[in-house]
Design a protein around this ligand. Sequence first.
Ligand code: PMP
Length: 313
Amino acid sequence: AKCKQGESFSEGKIVPYGDISISPSAGILNYGQGLFEGLKAYRTQMGRITLFRPEQNALRMQMGADRLCMTPPSVDQFVEAVKQTVIANKKWVPPLGKGTLYIRPLLIGSGAVLGIASAPEYMFVVYVSPVGNYHKVSSGLNLKVDHTYRRAHTGGTGGVKSCTNYSPVVKSLREAKSAGFSDVLFLDAATGRNIEEVSTCNIFVVKENIMSTPPISGTILPGITRKSISELARDIGYQVQERDVSVDELLEAEEVFCKGTAVVVRAVESVTFYETKIKYITGENALSTKLHVMLTNIQMGVVEDTKDWMVEI
Ligand code: PMP
């Protein structure tokens, strides 16, 4: 669907997957005026197709649109576009246990703009791709704490899902992977002393039954999984603290784990900071395993969705 500045989105249409054509002077190509979202369609035990809290993705896109001066789709338009795209691609939703259908909504400045300003026209696109189960309980992540590259700066766009947040990550991730790590953990740009987030997920640090996670202060993405897992953990009696977490505290933790739409909940097996490598609790006794089961049981329709998180298609 398209929308001119100051107007609202018109009805969209379903088209076969393929290239889209935009002006060379489009806001997205010149000034990175673009946002994306990521969510999944699940096949439940009863054979239904559901979405997990899609209105949360819609609201996050609205927050991002405000930061990047774009007109976003309404929550209803967003959710409806996601639903219609999933319906049109129903045959690609994997069977229960075999994966999910990953959904990628994009909002871009598609209109031509030469000076630095918001593009006069925006495009909202949704595409999908089946993905396998990312999570293996038996294997945790081996993270490298990146002490060279920063992902987000105070006052920047780190707190919204802007395309440009991911360009600084590519090199950092490539270097970490070629050194044998599975992912990168970024530090805050201001002090370099506190942890922020991993390339595509938020992080929790556990010690003495207290789960701590960096606060939402504009430099990390307010993850929907982060929020949901915090709620589930509180339900079973854990204390969840949102506050600055230093690298020292990370290195002294008992357990560390990540959560996000792609990884769901995933244990961190080790963290490496310069020459120091620390190992953490993983496997059956880990809190992350328990929370992973709690969340996926809701998503797969194994237990009753008492929180009204799932939206049926
Ligand atoms: N941080 C970053 C940088 C991400 O890209 C993501 C994935 N959207 C997350 C955190 C986790 O967010 P969510 O739980 O909403 O997927």
